[in-house]
Design a protein around this ligand. Structure first.
Ligand code: GDP
Length: 201
């Protein structure tokens, strides 16, 4: 079954775990360093030009933004992260929020990590990978902007990242919002997570 990602619409933004929407159904969270191409990927997946713009409006960049597909399914845009200029106190607040979200959220069925194919596996990415592992959460990695490299170079990076992360719970693919490369593969992985037993297929 293929999920109708294009039905996604903004639900709410939260600044603390107390404000999370009801923990029912299935949701998939998206994480990535600032500029990794997360907004573009969310817009590509949902076939909408500006869905993820909400997450970039001033005041919302450090919030968890929820998009609802239907009553049982949500996409979750985690705050972008990674510019060195973010103050330490802000980083710690962000980490505490995400950590609490990962640990408590029963409906979280999987995590998508976006990494610019030219700058993979930075410390922030390693931290997200460690989080997913410690929570035994399935992780799907998009190597974004794959159009920026020739196919041979992109494939080499794909193989290197796969080799660096040997785990049944981790999958990796090439992705380009610009060229729509890998969209089908991404939709398949996310649909299979969302149609897991929890929702009865
Ligand atoms: P975010 O900060 O992670 O939400 O990243 P954005 O989606 O805003 O993208 C950051 C920059 O990368 C923007 O200038 C985008 O136009 C560019 N970008 C995003 N996806 C792609 C892609 O698939 N190919 C190329 N060439 N550029 C992209």
């Amino acid at each position: 079954m293929r999920i109708a990602f294009q039905k996604a619409h903004f639900l709410l933004s939260v600044a603390s775990v107390k404000q999370l929407p009801p923990d029912t159904g299935a949701e998939i969270a998206f994480a990535g360093r600032s500029n990794a191409g997360k907004s573009s990927a969310l817009n590509t997946l949902t076939q909408q030009k500006s869905l993820a713009r909400t997450s970039k409006t001033p005041g919302r960049t450090q919030l968890i933004n929820f998009f609802e597909i239907d009553n049982d399914r949500r996409l979750v845009d985690l705050p972008g992260y990674g510019y060195a200029k973010v103050p330490e106190a802000q980083k710690q607040k962000w980490q505490a929020l995400i950590d609490a979200y990962f640990r408590k959220r029963e409906s979280l069925v999987g995590l998508v990590l976006l990494m610019d194919i030219r700058h993979p596996l930075k410390p922030f990415d390693e931290q997200v990978i460690a989080w997913a592992k410690s929570c035994s959460l399935p992780l799907h990695i998009l190597l974004t902007k794959s159009d920026k490299l020739k196919y041979g170079a992109a494939k080499k990076t794909l193989d290197e990242v796969k080799r660096a992360l040997p785990s049944e719970l981790i999958s990796v693919q090439l992705f380009s919002s610009l060229k729509k490369t890998g969209l089908d593969e991404c939709e398949q992985v996310l649909s299979s997570w969302m149609c897991s037993n929890r929702l009865g297929g």
